[in-house]
Design a protein around this ligand. Structure first.
Ligand code: WQD
Length: 337
């Protein structure tokens, strides 16, 4: 299929390009490089030996989208382009709604004009909010606690309404848990621009000597070791979920959410211990207060994705930490070398 990938130069987007091309799909990237570098596409090109059409532009730019639609004539769109920092979303709510909600709307207008009726949307487990029960399944109430989470939920609702009003349209809403890890080549990985907000890139930067110590945000949660538990998912498994979603969208219609996780919860201490095994050195930690807005534990029930998308995660925790360490140690300054 011809697949337009917005945000294709980003962390998840770049891994997804490789998996799409490996399955014979033709790809085109639209990225504004606000949180990515063109070096990513050079690396994806050399790893795949394939053709990547690419455009520099913003998903809120209707003229640019029309141009891409006309040139590339996508049969499906995977929509990654968006903002994802929970803390920043509280400080800049209008910016988050503008990019994440208006971006999605502008894209849907352009798709409608071009007759493209399949979209895979980059959503998040954060749409669920405080757990009423665990593991979360897709029927769990949605009550996001951040602007970021609400912007994802609003975009999901817009996509759902669009499919209801558009015959044969499909929106696959992939609710990611905590993506980590890197490509087996160690050529692609997560490259946060400032101080990492997320656990895994922070641990990796401590291991490589860029940060002194990991602060553990809270040791008094109601979990076996007192630290927060999450459902970490290898980025290559996540990328493959998008390929499975493209196959599903070929015949399915309507909007459908899918949890994309492993179902296996790991604590902050589990992650530190696993990373120490991968890098062979101790990771310095210090206990800190709970981070505002954090919940104790969450994990996915991904049974729906297993049965309906035919997708399952195959990478375990050691694969997640080993690939992160390979990427970080070979690229201590990310894509800058
Ligand atoms: C994981 C655990 C922290 C950093 C966020 C978003 C979510 C998704 C993924 C998507 C928690 C602890 C962290 C540190 C720590 N984003 N921690 N020290 O908060 O589960 O999810 O990222 O686009 O929407 O909310 O992930 O990696 O920040 O935290 O102790 O320096 O690690 O308290 O228990 P989170 P995280």
């Amino acid at each position: 299929m011809r697949v337009l990938v917005t945000g294709g130069a980003g962390y998840i987007g770049s891994h997804t390009l490789l998996e799409l091309m490996a399955q014979g799909h033709e790809v085109c990237v639209l990225d504004n490089y606000s949180n990515a570098t063109p070096e990513v596409l050079s690396r994806v090109r050399s790893l795949s030996n394939g053709v990547i059409h690419d455009y520099v532009g913003d998903v809120r730019d209707a003229d640019k989208l029309d141009e891409v639609m006309q040139d590339f004539q996508p049969e499906a769109v995977i929509h990654f382009a968006g903002l994802k920092a929970v803390g920043e979303s509280t400080e800049k709510p209008l910016y988050y709604y503008d990019v994440n909600v208006r971006g999605t709307l502008t894209l849907l207008h352009a798709m409608t004009k071009a007759g493209c009726k399949r979209i895979i949307f980059s959503s998040s487990a954060t749409v669920y909010g405080e757990p009423v029960y665990l593991p979360y399944d897709e029927a769990h109430p949605t009550n996001p606690t951040s602007v970021y989470g609400r912007s994802k939920l609003i975009a999901e609702q817009i996509l759902t309404d669009w499919t209801a009003a558009t015959p044969d349209a499909t929106a696959v809403l992939l609710r990611y848990f905590n993506p980590v890890g890197a490509h087996a080549s160690a050529q692609l990985g997560e490259d946060p621009k400032d101080i990492p907000n997320n656990l895994m890139p922070f641990i990796a930067q401590v291991a490589v000597g860029k940060r002194d110590a990991l602060q553990i945000f809270g040791g008094d949660y109601d979990t076996p070791d007192g630290t927060g538990q999450r459902d970490y998912i290898h980025v290559v498994d996540l990328a493959r979920a998008h390929v499975a979603a493209i196959d599903y969208a070929e015949t399915a219609t309507g909007a459908r959410p899918f949890n994309i996780g492993t179902g296996q919860p790991y604590s902050v201490r589990d992650m530190v211990a696993a990373f120490e095994r991968a890098c062979g050195k101790p990771i310095a930690t210090k206990m800190a207060a709970r981070r505002a807005g954090d919940i104790a534990a969450m994990q996915a029930d991904s049974g729906r994705a297993n049965t309906e998308l035919g997708w399952t995660a195959t990478h375990d925790l050691d694969a997640m930490t080993a690939s992160t360490w390979a990427w970080q140690s070979k690229n201590p300054n990310g894509y800058e070398g």
